[in-house]
Design a protein around this ligand. Sequence first.
Ligand SMILES: Cc1cc2nc3c(=O)[nH]c(=O)nc-3n(C[C@H](O)[C@H](O)[C@H](O)COP(=O)(O)OP(=O)(O)OC[C@H]3O[C@@H](n4cnc5c(N)ncnc54)[C@H](O)[C@@H]3O)c2cc1C
Length: 385
Amino acid sequence: MAQKTLSLAIVGAGMGGLAAAATLRQFGIDVNVYEQAPQFARIGAGIQMLPNSSRVLRGIGVEQKLRDISFQPYSHLNRVWDTGEIKRELPMPESLYGAPFMCMHRADLHAALYSVLPPDIVHLGKKLVGLDQAQSQVTLSFADGTTTRADAVIGADGVHSLVRDLIIGPDAPLHKGRIAYRAVFDSSLMKGEIGPSRTKWWGPDRHIVMYYTRNDRSQVYFVTSVPEASDWLTKESWSAKGDVKELRAAYEGFHPEVRMVLDACPDCHKWAILEREPLPRWSDGRIALLGDACHPMTPYMAQGAATAIEDAAVLARCLKALGNEDVEGSFRLYEANRKPRTSRIQAISSANTWMSGGNDDTSWLYGYDAWNVPLIGLRESESID
Ligand SMILES: Cc1cc2nc3c(=O)[nH]c(=O)nc-3n(C[C@H](O)[C@H](O)[C@H](O)COP(=O)(O)OP(=O)(O)OC[C@H]3O[C@@H](n4cnc5c(N)ncnc54)[C@H](O)[C@@H]3O)c2cc1C
């Protein structure tokens, strides 16, 4: 007898939600994505895709599209804020981990993920307000008064996830008194070059990361982490503006290359850095979480979207293996296989020690293959690999 096609509703069309829609469809699952925004905005920011997420993007079918536009840094370079001394440099040729290290505009990654989905499965202007599980189905209610049903729901609705509030209970994300300034702008505004690497400049209590976001080096991006007064901390928005003069003052005394970039920057955005401790569980019955909804982290390891994209591949494999007979079991299998890794990354990212010096192993992070890593807890008879 033919198996029934599983229908899934994904809440949130960010990087994680779109990546999950793509991987689930590849495994024959019927998917619809519900996004609160009435339209997609081009958020002015860069994003790094290290080999662990590039490998998933390859399987989704967007690698070439991203290679055509993105910048591939020579190395992961870490320098002392004022002298420029190298603390640690890791050259990142593609041969090292079998997939590229790519830096790009965030909107280009989002557009690439969207491009592999049929447009009619992504429903905009659908703000989730409620979930109800009954009789092997979940009913989703939206702010516009409509409802829909699915066999299961994935909450990919970000750090302020309503889905998480509904299945785990409400609580606020952690803010540890730091904000990020960020800007992406035309590199012709700079009086010099920033070099071929993705460079992190480490100051005593602040840092700045910079890289090109286009393969022709026509666009440059930086993102910072600086202490900030507490009244700013609860806000979090991709569109909130910062004051360029305050930003430049915060990096007084930094190396001339940093000053050159900040002097050229026409304006900037400001973002409260939020994180959470690992959650007690990631699912409740037929509802599971993915990406920032279940493991939000500081951006210091550039792994927030990357781990959401990894989640997408492992979740699809777990649903393929068990989903038709046991959706709830497939969600537990997904959590068991993902949580140890994301919790480890959350902790290192929070401490902001990654690549700050020494010669620690990087293969566990960048060499991870979400498509092929053995699924712990999956019996041989259930294996899909
Ligand atoms: C400054 C900065 C730099 C970063 N740099 C990197 C980097 O270089 N590399 C990297 O891998 N990561 C980076 N990150 C992390 C990365 O941005 C996030 O981890 C990633 O965007 C999480 O994706 P997501 O899909 O889980 O959530 P989001 O991208 O937040 O998407 C959630 C979506 O859900 C929608 N939504 C929310 N509530 C509802 C609702 N009730 N109903 C319907 N829709 C809803 C939202 O509108 C949104 O579209 C950075 C983060 C910051 C702040």
